[in-house]
Design a protein around this ligand. Structure first.
Ligand code: PMP
Length: 338
């Protein structure tokens, strides 16, 4: 019989898919590591289970305990699956900029969801960083995951995602491109790939409104770089311990508007229904296309599923309200003129 003993065993072994249309004009082969086939529909299942197992080994969480985390949703989903199978309670603390779909999904898998304002400083007692820490202090037999600084996060990608990418490309990968939030994905995969071949370029996608790119290039944590933005899951106003700046060769910033437009293009032109940070990542690949040569193999990782964004970038009204549908008007005018 070909069976899995529980849903956690289905995590990983995600497909590598060649991109054909959006990447026309790029000489290199561009492949997408599509993480939506994980049971929680995102790459974060991998690190969520790894962090729970690490906490069990270290005795940080005991049977029947409560897992507490500040999460944009995807980590929460992975934690929820781990909590169900392993018998823990889960409290997820989210900021109010996260999509309603993400909150509803977390509730569907039994998590308690606490929503905090996004537009406050991390040190503010109302911020989701502060609220999750406080809840962890107040709840008996609880464990605060802290995906930003918990290094089991990047170890999951060093142990699983990196080797999968290396094997799926027969070691021919030359560039790895991925959105950076906690830094777990880029740092774990980047470390593994650089150990295999130090020439592989590790390229991080950042947002406008985030500190990463400037810090990487100057060593300066510049508060002027911090402002609100729309793209979910990537960019930060803190420096998480999981970001290993030494394995990252370059950061590329992508606008909210481009991220949204390219998320839609991935669905409509490649049939790959993925989330907002995937749109950022593929637009970043296009912005960096002069870096790639003919025989290069560029792997771009798509973090999560498009269903979580149907009320956002896949909704025309949402796009129009933000002035993101200009291209549609442009092409309508072109049609009228021709
Ligand atoms: N995209 C999405 C949708 C995410 O949820 C996350 C996790 N914050 C990322 C990208 C960034 O991944 P990482 O935290 O591993 O840097």
């Amino acid at each position: 019989m070909k069976i899995y003993n529980n849903i956690l065993e289905t995590i990983g072994d995600t497909p590598m898919v060649k991109l054909n249309k959006l990447t026309e004009g790029i000489d290199a082969t561009v492949l997408a590591k599509v993480e939506t086939t994980n049971p929680g529909n995102s790459v974060k299942d991998r690190m969520a289970v790894k962090m729970v197992e690490d906490a069990e080994e270290k005795g940080w969480i005991k049977p029947g305990g409560t897992i507490i985390e500040g999460t944009s949703g995807n980590t929460g989903m992975g934690l929820a699956l781990a909590a169900i199978i392993k018998g823990y309670k889960l409290v997820c603390v989210l900021s109010d900029k996260q999509s309603k779909e993400k909150m509803d999904i977390l509730r569907a898998v039994g998590a308690e969801v606490v929503v905090c304002p996004n537009d406050v400083e991390p040190e503010d007692p109302r911020s989701y960083y502060s609220v999750s820490k406080r809840l962890a202090e107040e709840t008996p037999n609880s464990w605060y995951v802290n995906q930003y600084d918990n290094l089991a996060n990047r170890v999951a990608h060093y142990e699983q995602t990196g080797p999968e990418i290396w094997e799926q490309t027969d070691g021919k990968i030359t560039h790895f491109v991925v959105g950076v939030g906690t830094g777990g994905t880029i740092s774990g995969v980047g470390k593994y790939l650089k150990e295999k071949n130090p020439d592989i370029q590790i390229l991080g996608i950042d947002t406008f409104g985030s500190v990463f790119k400037k810090y990487h290039e100057t060593g300066i944590f510049d508060e002027n770089e911090i402002y609100s933005y729309i793209t979910e899951g990537i960019g930060e106003d803190i420096l998480p311990k999981n970001v290993d700046f030494d394995v990252i060769d370059h950061f590329e910033k992508v606008t909210d508007k481009d991220a949204a437009i390219y998320t839609r293009k991935l669905a409509r032109e490649e049939g790959i229904f993925v989330g907002n940070s995937a749109g950022s990542a593929i637009k970043g690949v296009l912005q960096m296309k002069d870096m790639f040569k003919k025989d290069d193999v560029v792997v771009v990782l798509f973090h999560d599923h498009g269903s979580r964004y149907v009320g956002k970038m896949f909704n025309d009204d949402w796009m129009r309200e933000r002035g993101f549908l200009e291209e549609e008007y442009q092409s309508a005018n072109d049609l009228i003129e021709s």
